[in-house]
Each structure stands twice: as C-alpha cells, then as structure tokens.
Design a protein around this ligand. Structure first.
Ligand SMILES: [Zn+2]
Ligand SMILES: [Zn+2]
Length: 532
C-alpha cells in the first residue's frame, strides 16, 4: 500500500542520516585549517527563528572538528587523511553522474570507481536523495545544502502561482534559484570556482556572474571526454588562476535508465563508460602529480526504478468521485502535483480522490495516496514553499500516474518517488586528502554535502538544512528565507516568500512587509494551504 510506504520510517534502524562530522576525519591537512563558524547576517540575527538556526549550524561545525564514533560498524581506516603535497590550496572536484542508482557500481568491473572507494570514504548503503527524487531539485540541494522548499527548485518544471511565470530546466533567472550554491559561497569569499555544467550554475548570483573562462553553458552534446579534459586543463593554469571548486556533470546513466529501466545491458555499458571517465580524470590528475592532493567527490542525484507491467493509475477513473481537469495537474508522475481552482475545498478534493483510490474500483488505486502538502510525512520536507502545489500524490514504487489510458509504451525507468525507497538511492564516494582511505559511513541525505565541501575549502557556509547533530532534530523543520531572511506577513499568515524579499533593504523584527505585497492579485491565496 502506498499509505504504508509513505508512513514507514525513511531509514532502516541504524541507518539514519549521521552528522556531517562522520564524513571528514578529525585529521586536517596543513592547508585546511580550522573549520570556520557559519555566517550570520545582521538581518538574521534579529529573527529569533534564524538565530536558533544559526546556533544549530554553529553546533554542527563544532561537531565537525570533534572526533565522533561512526554510527555503524565500519572497517578500520586503511589510511588517515593525508597532507597535501603539491597543491598550495585545498581543491574539490564535485562530479555528478545523473541517475547513478546505488548498486550500479557492482554491475560490471568499475576499477576506477572502486579505486576511489577503496582509498576513500563512501556511504555504505548509498546517498539519500531529497524528495522529490528529481534531477534539478537534487542537484541544487547538493549545491546549497537546502531542501527544495528552501531553495525554490521544487520540481524540474513548475509554474509560479503568483506571477504565473513558468520554470523550466533552462530558466536561468535568479528569481527562481534561492539559497546560496557553493560556487557563489566560493566567489563571495574570494575563491575561484569553475562549473562544467550543474543545475543553477549559469545563474548570476552574488559575486558569481558565470564567467566564460570558468562557467560552461549547458550543452548535452559535448562529449564526456571533452568535459573531463577541460577540468584537467584548469590544473595547468598558474596557481592564482586555478579554481579550487570544480563541478563536472554526466547525463548518464539516467538517460539510459529512463529508456530501458535499471536492469538492462545498456545500463551496464553506461556505467562502464562513466567509470572510464573517472579513470580518465584520475590519469590526468596523476600525470600532473596532483591526484592525491585533490578531493574528488563522486555523487549521483537519485536512483532509478523499472516501470512496467501495467503499474499504472489513471486519473480519469476517479470521475465518479471527482472530475479532475488536466490543467489542475501541474506534474503527473511519479510526483503527482495538483492545484485545483481557488474556489474548491482542498481537503474535499483530497478526500474524494482517496475515497475513489481506496474503493477497489480504480485499477491500482491502492498504490496511490493523496495528501494535502502539509499532511505529507514531515521527513519529506515538502510543504513550506508557496511554489509547492497544495495537493501531492505519492505513488508506490514503480507505479506511474496517467490521465487516461493510452497505447504508449509503458516500460522503462523512472525516479521522483518517495526518497525512502532504496531504489532512489545513489552513490557518495569521496577520495582525497580530507577523506580517510577505506572508510565507510552510514547513508546520509545529500543536503549534508554543502557543509562538507565548505569545510574542505575553508569557506564560511551559508545557513542550510543539513542536520547539525542528533541533538537538534528540530533544525530540519525550520523554514528559511535564505536570500534576505525576510518574513512576509500575507493575509494574516506567515509565509517565507524569498523572491518578495529581493528588494527589501531592512528586515524588521519578526515581520517584514515587502514592498511588492500590493502586487499580489486581490483574490490570491497561497494554495489555500493555511486553511487546513
Ligand atoms: Zn537526474
Ligand atoms: Zn531522469
């Protein structure tokens, strides 16, 4: 049952997300220095909520430099973190292999990936993506340490319910991309970054203006070899021009996963090819004598699950209970997101849909469960943004939702499901002077990566959603308006609406009235979600 899956704990016992401290050994390199305290803006310091958050983040940084016992039995480290030899400054290459489901690394001989695992630190049962387990929300969570409700990229495509503008994967306007990604944190603190593709990297923000020399505009037809070689080329620059934070992105094996599902020889081929690219990178770094000095972090954004065998739910079969119009459905599958007209009762829509789905008269209805977004399991962190549509459906693993029956091919692969599903997990493999060799850590959510990289690069991290410690569980439920730390009072309800805060010069105590407020349509309601 979808309901049972949704209510289940997200992680098996002993596999809960550990604090970031587990990832970086206490041993620091001669160049790494002490982890800085997190930044606190003067605006945020006046907000009680954000004050608490900043303290929590500070706690996380104290933990970062304190020794911790791993939460699960891990093999003794083969080697402690090492000092850098050739490079003067710490360097991180963050690599994403899209849709690299956890376990793919065992599909074939992947000697280069296994070299990183053997001599580096990896997540024993994979990296946990954030919900929704989609490409853009996850890549931007990795880059910012924020959940989509905070960083604003709540789907790969979505309308802004207030402006009516539409976000797509080629939208580079800063208004969509909230929070502070690593390349901005770096640029703002005088550290050179270089991005060879990453969602959000082409957006001009802070001191980052996506300079030609260091910022590639997305072009999926660029051969992988060319991407790797361009990254290597940065290591030939004079020391003061060499970037310290670099991103590298591969579309595979996600591309193949959608076409054929996760259990096809095409996936094995794609995985081998990714391994070859890792080998090419390692060889190039070795040629330059810097491989052991560079922190290489290989991740994916999400996993993949096979979709086939008529695991379909058709929304038009709900017509006896409720007639759903196509234009209410903002996202269909696997993330079903619905915004009915303002004059409809949202609880009523959810109740009628669930009644139909549970009636036994809708094919596979028991594998889809509808929620008001605020009633979703809190571990999904998918409510606190006005951009998130008010009604969300969670299908069971591998099930798809369609408006009506069609004769199109149903077989392939998908992701976007509840991040509790093991099939949605991806990889975390880190190798370099700041990572212990042969270390295996329990699984953790990808929002932790931002702090790890900030620490390696001696950057003051922006406030983020990484759980600072087990003592601060409430941290995750806090809502951030990262850009300007403004709280907007709207219709008597408190909402964090970050883009409304762009032009606000002064954040007042507890409440800020943004000057764009009057631009809201008189009859606008933010998804009616405050009513329930
Ligand atoms: Zn992806
Ligand atoms: Zn995909």
């Amino acid at each position: 049952m979808a309901a049972a899956a949704a209510a289940a704990p997200p992680f098996a016992a002993g596999d809960s997300p550990p604090p970031t401290a587990l990832l970086l050994p206490r041993t620091t390199t001669t160049t790494a220095g002490a982890a800085p305290a997190p930044r606190r803006s003067s605006a945020s310091s006046r907000l009680h909520l954000l004050l608490t958050a900043a303290l929590a983040v500070a706690t996380s940084y104290l933990l970062l430099i304190l020794p911790r016992t791993p939460l699960s039995a891990a093999p003794a480290p083969a080697a402690a973190a090492r000092a850098q030899v050739k490079l003067e400054k710490p360097v991180v290459i963050l690599i994403s292999s899209d849709g690299f489901r956890f376990g793919y690394q065992h599909k074939a001989a992947t000697p280069h990936i296994h070299r990183l695992i053997g001599n580096g630190t990896s997540a024993a049962t994979g990296l946990v993506p954030i919900f929704p387990t989609l490409t853009f929300p996850n890549h931007y969570s990795i880059a910012t340490g924020l959940y989509p409700s905070s960083h604003g990229i709540i789907n790969n495509y979505f309308p802004d319910p207030i402006s009516g503008d539409y976000f797509t994967m080629s939208s580079h306007e800063p208004k969509w991309w909230l929070g502070e990604p690593l390349w901005v944190t770096a640029a703002d603190q005088g550290i050179q970054a270089a991005t060879y593709f990453w969602p959000g990297s082409e957006v001009k923000k802070g001191s980052w203006d996506c300079p030609d020399k260091y910022c590639r505009h997305y072009n999926g037809s660029v051969p992988f070899e060319e991407r790797v070689d361009a990254i290597l080329g940065y290591f030939d620059l004079p020391s003061d021009e060499m970037p310290q934070f670099l991103t590298l992105y591969f579309e595979d094996p996600d591309h193949q996963g959608h076409q054929v599902g996760p259990d096809d020889p095409a996936i094995t081929e794609a995985v081998v090819r990714i391994d070859e690219m890792i080998g090419r990178l390692i060889a190039g770094l070795e040629e330059r004598g810097v491989f052991e000095d560079v922190n290489v972090i290989l991740v994916g954004d999400h996993g993949m699950v096979g979709t086939c065998d008529k695991k379909l739910v058709f929304l038009d079969e709900l017509a006896p209970w409720i007639k759903l119009e196509e234009d209410w459905v903002l996202s269909m599958t696997p993330l079903l997101a619905i915004r009915p007209p303002d004059d409809m009762s949202l609880p009523d829509v959810v109740a009628k849909m669930n009644e139909g789905l549970g009636s036994g008269k809708v094919e596979n209805g028991e594998y889809l469960r509808m929620y008001l977004k605020e009633d979703l399991p809190s571990r999904l962190h998918y409510a606190d943004s006005y951009r998130i549509p008010p009604i969300i459906g969670l299908p069971e693993e591998g099930y798809k939702v369609e408006m009506k029956r069609s004769d199109k091919n149903e077989c392939g692969g998908a992701h976007g499901y509840d991040n509790a599903f093991f099939s949605m997990r991806t990889i975390f493999i880190a190798h370099g002077p700041r990572f212990e060799g042969g270390r295996v850590v329990p699984s953790f959510e990808n929002v932790e990566i931002y702090n790890v990289i900030a620490s390696i690069l001696n950057l003051e991290p922006a406030p983020n959603n990484a759980p600072p410690s087990v003592e601060e569980p409430q941290m995750n439920s806090m809502r951030f308006c990262i850009q300007e730390h403004c709280q907007l009072e709207l219709r008597g309800q408190n909402y964090f609406i970050a883009e409304f805060c762009d032009n606000v010069a002064v954040c007042q105590e507890e409440q800020v009235y943004c000057n764009q407020l009057q631009e809201l349509p008189a009859d606008y309601s933010v998804g009616n979600n405050s009513q329930n």
